[in-house]
Design a protein around this ligand. Structure first.
Ligand code: SF4
Ligand code: SF4
Length: 339
């Protein structure tokens, strides 16, 4: 079956489908099948003690890979689905231990400055330079994790979830674009333990993916960036038809939805942009709204990846931010600034 690591030799799609069905049936009965144990996903980070991604104290799992390419992205290291190298020049002591270990000659000493320049396009993210660097200047982002490994981390903070009414939030990147067998199994186990689960999503994924997680998910933190499809395409690389369609379907299915709107001056902070978003939310049952003013953390990360940071991105000023908040509140929404 494609999409779960490609076709496997010696099996047909039907064989695979049968095996997956059988494994799901084991899973539903509470047995751990070898297939489910083998599932892996690219994870960037497991952030503990978050108070910004849903109720209470939460553990946030960041998946790698996103179908959108928002110009203001504050997690550019989460865009690609594969592991990749980050270089933090501030930590580099110019010891050059990373140069000879690279099998791809992707780190080259600059003869003028003595700096170890990375040729990111030649890097295969093998991790040899990360191991060789004693100063933490090189880092591979994205590690393949099993469900078991994630659960081991998540389970360490059970006490905090219970005391604070918190739980788990899956974020990214885009979790709904990950291997859904992995995501469903992770959520099934979280629910079995009684953990609250939130999914932070950009909404750009087949609705079938949402259907698979609905029964395990307590709330969706759902991004709405722009109502205008052309502007959406210009700033994110995709139009918003699928995103809005999924939002409607989730609402109709009775999901708890909190809208998250990033705010970038010159992109979506004008009254006409805000009113257009309010108009499309009008028929939906929305539990709350989080307004997320742009911050520049993504610029530094982009530089560490050898990318040029987007120019001209800024948050709205205090007056504009308050005006936007008031527009939402006047329509009866409970509004929070920040997540
Ligand atoms: S090993 Fe680390 S500290 Fe030394 S040159 Fe390479 S990146 Fe810099
Ligand atoms: S991760 Fe591997 S291929 Fe990439 S620069 Fe480091 S040593 Fe070279």
């Amino acid at each position: 079956m494609q999409g779960r690591g490609g076709s496997r030799s010696g099996t047909t799609a039907t064989d695979d489908d049968d095996a997956v069905r059988q494994n799901r049936s084991f899973a539903a009965q509470g047995f751990d099948s070898p297939y489910l144990k083998m599932l892996k996903a690219q994870i960037i980070n497991i952030q503990k003690y978050s108070i910004h991604d849903g109720e209470g104290i939460r553990t946030v799992v960041f998946f790698k890979g996103c179908p959108l390419a928002c110009l203001w992205c504050h997690n550019p290291e989460s865009r690609r689905f594969e592991s990749e190298l980050l270089f933090n020049a501030e930590k580099c002591t110019l010891c050059l231990a990373c140069v000879p270990v690279c099998p791809n000659r992707a780190i080259v000493k600059d003869e003028k400055t003595g700096k170890p320049n990375a040729v990111f396009s030649s890097c295969s993210a093998c991790g040899a330079c990360e191991s060789a660097c004693l100063f933490g200047a090189r880092e591979i982002v994205g590690k393949l994790c099993t469900v078991e490994e994630l659960m081991d981390e998540i389970d360490k903070d059970t006490m905090f979830y219970e005391q604070s009414g918190g739980g788990i939030t899956l974020s990214g990147g885009e979790v709904m674009a990950a291997d859904m067998d992995f995501v469903e199994e992770l959520l099934r186990r979280c629910k079995k333990r009684g953990y609250s689960v939130n999914i932070d999503t950009c909404g750009y994924a087949p609705y079938e993916n949402f259907e698979r997680v609905l029964r395990y998910t307590d709330a969706f933190l759902y991004d709405v960036k722009l109502a205008d499809p052309k502007k959406h395409m210009r700033y994110t690389g995709r139009d918003n038809a699928l995103i809005l369609e999924n939002l409607k379907k989730l609402g109709a299915a009775g999901a708890r939805i909190i809208i998250r709107m990033p705010l970038i001056e010159g992109v979506n902070c004008a009254d006409e942009d805000v009113f257009a978003v309010l108009e499309l939310l009008r028929p939906l049952h929305i539990e709350g709204v989080h307004l997320l003013p742009y911050h520049g953390i993504g610029r530094h990360k982009a530089e560490r990846m050898g990318l040029s940071a987007p120019a001209g991105m800024a948050p709205p000023g205090a007056e504009r931010l308050n005006a936007i908040k008031a527009h939402f509140e006047n329509r009866g929404y409970e509004v929070k600034i920040g997540g």
